[in-house]
Write a protein that binds this ligand. Sequence first.
Ligand SMILES: NC(=O)c1ccc[n+]([C@@H]2O[C@H](COP(=O)([O-])OP(=O)(O)OC[C@H]3O[C@@H](n4cnc5c(N)ncnc54)[C@H](OP(=O)(O)O)[C@@H]3O)[C@@H](O)[C@H]2O)c1
Length: 313
Amino acid sequence: MRYVSSNSSGLVIKNHDLHPPEKDEVQIEVSYASLNYADILGIEGRYHAKTANFTPGFDCVGYIKRVSENIKDFHIGEKVAAIKQGGTFAEQVNINKNQVFKLKNNLCSRAVAANISNGVTAYDLVFHVTHIKPNDQVFIYGASGGVGSLLVQFCKYQGAHVTALTKSNKKQYVESLGADHLILRDRPANDTDKLYDRIFNPIGGESIEQDLLRLSMYGHLITYGHSSFQAGYLNTEIIHSKNLSILGYSSGSIMNDYPIKLRKTVHDVMNLVYKDKISTPIDSIYSMDEMEYAFEKMKNNRHIGKILIKMDT
Ligand SMILES: NC(=O)c1ccc[n+]([C@@H]2O[C@H](COP(=O)([O-])OP(=O)(O)OC[C@H]3O[C@@H](n4cnc5c(N)ncnc54)[C@H](OP(=O)(O)O)[C@@H]3O)[C@@H](O)[C@H]2O)c1
């Protein structure tokens, strides 16, 4: 079977015989996987300090092809989704059953792929990591992206006032999500004095220090990524004097350490997709052979919503 790997010469497609699923594993025939910013970090050796020879792919949608002998609760042919820390950009993948979720047969595979990893992250951030209340002033970075698009939708659902950061060519899209106020990062800032109760920051670097100044008393800074490729550092004097809370989140770490904890979140998110209550637009769909274009597009922020990779031919 074919799978994608990255090494010092870039992204390459390799072939190997996948071994049968081991104890507690199922084998999935992958239909779609989504491209996440973590894949960009991963192939550059910057995702959670991993280095070369990384197989990208943090999620997939497909069908059960085989199950290990001890598995009784999954069956061949069932439609499933899975979340995994790397490795789903492959025609088939073996995954621990705790990271695999059954899907209704009539749930669109593309819609699942476009909402699963980003949906779990955005849902956990808004409903479990911090709690968004009506009229909270919320600031959302990367509002046109996979996680950002859903953060806007969830915060608006909670009745918050959303200020969203994006670029001017994506303004119309982010407005259509319901954002109340936009800041365009390719135009001069127009919010310099405003204070926020909650800031969702996946950027890291210098933005973190700036965010401490932009938080109101008792505010929460929720850090969940480092798209700037740099860690951020904190001034504790500001934190204690303003009674701020700094909250961190990684769905990947939870999926590794305690996958059962994400089961309810996946269920809730898939229910919202099924009922058409949330949606992330699909920017484009690439085949495995077109992978380089997909990565290049995301790295240069030329996408809106999600990019999917189609694994079956
Ligand atoms: N902790 C977790 O569990 C978890 C899970 C999923 C993702 N993440 C993190 O969340 C972030 C977003 O992931 P994603 O897959 O949604 O990515 P995405 O679709 O690429 O969206 C991110 C958007 O952020 C904006 N952006 C990029 N670099 C920026 C910068 N330096 N300053 C300000 N805005 C910037 C771009 O939008 P504009 O061009 O419109 O500004 C970009 O489209 C990544 O850092 C990722 O690693 C974390």
